[in-house]
Design a protein. Structure first.
Lengths: 332, 332
DNA sequence: CATCGATCATAAGCCAGCCTTATGTGAAGG
DNA sequence: CCTTCACATAAGGCTGGCTTATGATCGATG
């Protein structure tokens, strides 16, 4: 019995637009002015006020002679409309920064042999062209890099795959991620420069069937086995190490031969006593970029991906298809 | 040449709803949950996100396995969505307070003879039933009270008018305001209790045509002249004062007779030696409430108006028509 | 490995909110 | 008194946005 008769529950729902409209009216002093400021016709605003009043259940404006003035309730909405406008403006600004690459962040993961070659160039390029974008880098083998993207510990993964690789991280484990092929990296044979086959431009692996082999990381080892299988033999693996410098050292010492990706060789530096030759088949590994599905919609990630693709292409890797990412559909 | 290819002007327009949607998604962790929280279907939100992305020109969410996660841009919107939600909530709260009369303000202006009678009762009533509403009061003659409402120096004016009053503030000057008649106040003849006509229940003014008269404020004086004119004579005005106590004193001293509104007599208190009688014609003045057009939509003003109408009716003034205010259309 | 459940995307269709143009009304000002 | 200005109202049309229905994908479970 204490409540006034005006007390209904109402408050159907007050929308943010109403606040903005009232704010504009309060600032301009008239509906007409507010309407043109907002790009609407005068009746449009008039109706919006009416609707807002219906929703609020209170008068928001009252007519005064030729114009209007706000009621206390109207002033309340106008006041809070200021906060809404501020929030909108701030959001717009930050969004523009992100879009304009004046801010943003890219967390890159890339395979080890990219660390000394592609990655520094990439980071320099990003720093030069988009100084507002923070770039971080963590070295990781492809499977972990892909997992990191999936778990949002990275935005972009630079990975590689071998043809026919059945533990290929881009097959099963990349489901739901976006994978773009950005080029390839030639596989080179590393052998002592005293080796008879070191004389030619390219080397046929079959000619090395009797040599002891030096294998790398598990997946590299798998690739080696496949290459040799194609060449018609099973390699005798004498040493396993993923240290590229060590591989060359071992080769120079005549303890075996190896197949290494060009990037790995580059990263290890030139080593006296070893010869590096392409394979007769022109074997290559393929380089990929992996992002979350839709991740390319993030401007900083998009430009980072483009920069990496450009760098890889400029390095002589087979230029990939156009840039749009392609989702793994179960079969690569 | 420095700008990235993503840099277009865009930012078509980002609406507040998008911020709220993103906020809800960020909080609930999924589109589906956010949709049901907001009372929409899942595709509705899905489409809203898509539209927001189109407007923003950036991806806002990215798919991750079975669910989604927000991109940096999405998180930006969600964050600012918090501010919008806060503002909305605050506005809703204040609005509810106004509607529920837990807050508000009423600035009342009323004619002098209401000050000691109606107004205190009114203020007590308001304090009792709506303690959250602040009530202020300024005494003013009707013309000034009406002007105050027009100039937003008052929310509510309690005024009176005399029948046929051509300087009636509710005629010309009340254009564009809302005027409600809430009752009337009987006009009483004040004469020495020794006067021959003091014997009857009512007095015929014609019987007082020879008496000296005591007139009040200018408008009251006009009314007096009209009453006497109707009775067929022109009064001889001996004194003019708008001090009611003085009037009774003068009457008691035998210096003249007067016509005063009941409220004025009540406010002056009982005075020995004077008789108060109704007129034969039952003359009355009419009491009005004046607000800005639409002012009755303000809850505090509405209840104040109702309270005043109730008080006047309870006091024996002719109960007015139902409460809805009626706008002056040029002719009262 | 196959099925189920959960989540999001897409498609199609429908409704209504909302805007626009045109016109009316009241008030202020010359 | 007539013009000007601001808001209200009316009528109509369009499109944004919601709903239902269905598809696709991934994770989990047995």
């Amino acid at each position: 019995m204490d409540a006034s008769p005006t007390e209904t529950s109402g408050l159907a729902d007050l929308d943010a637009t109403s606040l903005l409209v009232l704010r504009e009216i309060a600032e301009r002093g008239s509906i007409t002015a507010a309407a043109s400021a907002l790009g609407y016709s005068q009746p449009a605003l008039s109706q919006q006020v009416r609707r807002a009043e219906a929703r609020a259940g209170v008068a928001l404006v009252e007519r005064t002679g030729r114009g209007i003035r706000l009621t206390p309730a109207g002033r309340v909405l106008a006041r809070h409309g200021g906060a809404v406008a501020t929030a909108l403006e701030a959001a717009r600004g930050e969004l523009a920064d992100l879009r304009g690459l004046r801010s943003g962040r890219v967390r890159l993961m890339a395979f080890p042999s990219a660390s000394p070659s592609i990655v520094p160039e990439f980071m320099a390029e990003m720093a030069r062209r988009h100084p507002g974008v923070r770039v971080s880098f963590v070295e990781a083998e492809p499977p972990e890099a892909v997992a990191a993207v999936r778990e949002d510990r990275a935005d972009l993964a630079l990975t590689f795959s071998y043809p026919g690789d059945h533990t290929d991280p881009h097959r099963e484990s990349a489901r739901g991620l976006e994978v773009t092929t950005i080029g390839s990296d030639p596989m080179h044979v590393v052998l002592p420069d005293t080796h008879p086959l070191a004389g030619g431009d390219t080397v046929d692996l079959a000619g090395l069937s009797r040599e002891p082999w030096i294998a790398g990381c598990p997946r590299c080892r798998g690739h080696l086995l496949e290459l040799c299988d194609t060449a018609g033999f099973a390699p005798r693996i004498a040493v396993e190490t993923d240290n590229f410098v060590a591989v060359e050292e071992l080769v120079a010492s005549g303890l075996g031969v190896a197949v290494l990706p060009a990037l790995a060789i580059e990263s290890a530096g030139k080593r006296a006593g070893v010869a590096v030759r392409g394979t007769t088949n022109g074997d290559r590994r393929t380089l990929h970029l992996v992002t979350a599905r839709g991740g390319r919609g993030v401007p900083a990630v998009a430009v980072a991906a483009e920069a990496l693709a450009r760098l890889v292409a400029g390095r002589g890797g087979t230029p990939a298809d156009p840039r749009p990412g392609r989702t793994i559909e179960g079969d690569v």
